[in-house]
Design a protein around this ligand. Structure first.
Ligand SMILES: Cc1ncc(COP(=O)(O)O)c(C=O)c1O
Length: 373
């Protein structure tokens, strides 16, 4: 018997109204394995060898036991202190999530009432919008300013002061524009409205060092949450592990809406090993920053319209249609991301930055596809 159509089963259960209207967040994740992946801002070399070794050494019976999280928060604190990212933190100021995406979801779930407001910027990371819509929240998305795509500080400040929104989400540096905001400014915004939870998505801070973490006393500032992930620089995107760092009360609230075993044992073991090998991450960041300088030089030399600021990525506007160039690059074995549908940057491609060798390969292909005339 075939499936019943909705007409044949009119009394079927309906999801919440917000879910009926929702456009879920999808990403082009399939068929990427053997290509040069410059489309998701991942680490293009893979994780530290210590991570691989730690995973290989997992005893088989660990697969049949629920995960243990003891030691992971301490491991993160030791890593942050040794890299001078904070003076001190307590374990109750750290939440562990199945990637920062899960942390974002939990924040909205815990704090977003229907009709509450989210203030954020546009264009920015795509997952904030569906999370707000899931809760029935309103979104005020303020555009980056001018050709420099600078942070619209005054407008955000006015919105926070006047509206006292429930959530303010700042991606710093911003994905995909790379826009940077001084940490001090974030603290100014947090001080303006104690009713507003200010969330700073610091996924790419390693490339700029603009973190608010060293500047804040989380015992005093009770409305600030910082998001960090091991997906990008540490190369653990496939294992899914992210952290939320903030006042213990916020951490308690967002952890309440998270399942007890949401982060798996493999991710925990890999994270502990990655956090112990900061030297590997630092070396990768240096490699990317060198490659970034090299690409910047090529873009300027060939007068390619581009925008490069913070992060391990940049925007470029090809002469040909962006979707055609994306397709031709894929045929040459290179993945980049078309910014189709993103406000103000339609027609651009976002290109992640890997090693100089990888960027050479990208540049040769891109030049022959788009710069031949
Ligand atoms: C700005 C930003 N935040 C969060 C995420 C999600 O990170 P994770 O892999 O830790 O879920 C991404 C991933 O691309 C991102 O670019």
């Amino acid at each position: 018997m075939g499936n019943l159509t909705p007409q044949q089963f009119p009394d079927r259960p309906k999801p919440r109204v917000e879910v009926q209207k929702l456009h879920g967040y999808t990403a082009p994740l399939e068929g990427r394995r053997n290509l040069l992946r410059l489309d998701f801002n991942e680490n293009t070399l893979g994780p530290s060898p210590l991570v691989i070794e730690a995973i290989r050494n997992i005893p088989s019976n660990h697969i049949s036991i629920y995960p243990e999280y003891n030691g992971l928060r301490e491991g993160l604190i030791a890593n942050l202190i040794s890299s001078k990212s904070c003076a001190d933190l307590s374990t109750d100021q750290i939440g562990i999530f199945n990637g920062v995406d899960a942390a974002i979801h939990a924040i909205f779930h815990a704090y977003g009432n229907p009709s509450d407001q989210l203030v954020t910027t546009t264009p920015t990371f795509g997952y904030y919008t569906p999370c707000a819509h899931m809760q029935g929240m309103e979104i005020l998305a303020i555009p980056y300013a001018g050709v420099e795509m600078s942070f619209p500080f005054q407008k955000i400040k006015d919105a926070v002061k006047t509206n006292k929104p429930k959530l303010l989400l700042i991606c710093n540096p911003n994905n995909p524009t790379g826009t940077r905001l001084e940490p001090q400014r974030i603290l100014e915004l947090a001080a303006l409205s104690p009713h507003t939870l200010v969330v700073v998505d610091e996924l790419y801070e390693a490339f700029t060092g603009d973190s608010v973490l060293p500047k804040v006393d989380l015992n005093k500032v009770q409305n600030l949450l910082i998001l960090r992930s091991l997906s990008k620089t540490a190369g653990l995107a496939g294992l899914r592990i992210g952290f939320a760092i903030g006042n213990s009360d916020i951490i308690e609230n967002i952890s309440r809406v998270t399942g007890p075993y949401d982060i798996n044992s493999f991710a925990v073991i890999a994270a502990l090993a990655a956090l112990k090998d900061q030297a590997y991450v630092d070396a990768y960041v240096q490699e990317v920053l060198q490659a970034k300088d090299w690409v910047k030089h090529q873009l300027i030399k060939r007068k390619v319209h581009h925008h490069m600021a913070g992060g391990n990525y940049f925007l470029l506007w090809p002469k040909n249609k962006s979707s055609d160039v994306e397709e031709s690059l894929r045929a040459a074995g290179i993945l980049v991301r078309d910014m189709k549908g993103k406000s103000f940057i339609e027609g651009a491609l976002r290109v992640s930055i890997g090693t100089t060798k990888q960027m050479n390969y990208f540049w040769d292909s891109f030049s022959s596809i788009d710069l031949t005339t």
